[in-house]
Design a protein around this ligand. Sequence first.
Ligand SMILES: *Cc1c(COP(=O)(O)O)cnc(C)c1O
Length: 377
Amino acid sequence: MKSKIWLSPPHMGGLEERYIKDAFITNWIAPLGPNVNGFENDLAEYLGENVFVAALISGTAALHLGLILLNVQAGDEVICQSMTFSASANAISYVNATPVFVDSEKETWNMCPDLLETAIKERLSLGKTIKAILPVHLYGMPAKIKEIKEIAARYNIPVLEDAAESLGSTVDNVKCGTFGDMAVLSFNGNKIITTSGGGALVSRNADIVNDARFLASQARDEAPHYQHSRIGYNYRLSNLCAGVGRGQMEILDERVRQRRAIYNFYREKLGGIEGIEFLSEPRGYFSNRWLTTILINPEKTGFSREDVRLKFESENIESRPLWKPMHLQPVFQYAPSYRNGVSENLFEKGLCLPSGTNLSESDLSGIAEIILNMAAK
Ligand SMILES: *Cc1c(COP(=O)(O)O)cnc(C)c1O
């Protein structure tokens, strides 16, 4: 059997080992150290907009701390994009708040601003307290973040931006991860760059980022003994993982170029098939194209996204349906939701194609060929 093609595997640039070696030589094998500080600085510099960054063990940990720092408490509500990965919504449950799910719009597949406002009005009229709005830039495509921020400002609700999939994406040349009052990044193994596992909390407010670092290292008060006046967490990134991150930062721009080239390749090969649709960038939007996604309309193609996925699977190629909306997940079935059918349609028709930057040209051609052959029948 041919070796497996993964959806989005890690891709080292070659410089990571140098930073790891430094950590060994200096014995900084701890959840702090020069690579952690260096990685935070690299990220802050890359993002621009005068942000500060706290490096953490995962994007999920960053979401959790973000909600804690926004003072989200039991009984509060957080309005969350329904079309997302479960981690966005799980964090809301960690603080015993209620997620309220809002459906997507068709242009970016992310949180629909109109439906967001409808949801805010109705929740407020029901006497609910909305502590945060949690939009996501899914698959690297930026959400209608300016419209969302404008609505959030009007109702005085902070925005926690989930930029886990969108490092390198921009709207009007401003980077995703700098729009929210706080933002979350992920360096999980499948993301555009990885630290094997890792994440970050980003904010323009230095106090918030300092608080995040404090809570992430067990909330230890200044004292010679262990002294605590708050509940802490063990969420700080290790100096070894941060070393991988420093190496990865050096090739981030290249990875964005490569991911976009993969998207262009698929679009060129498959874009002409009647019933297969690609997601285009609205004007002013720049996607890192973390994953190339297609919509398959079986009435026009004669095959479904599941037919393609199974065909891929038989050829040892990993693909995945678009993320199943949170309002359809059994674990969130009792959460309120504001729906328009968009995310359900995406889930039904959508497929993520293998998008790893270590795919060879012949791998990519082979993948495209499978769909072309199905379409030719
Ligand atoms: C990956 C991801 C997360 C979680 O990040 P981890 O680092 O895996 O914990 C959160 N939100 C979205 C949208 C993600 O894709």
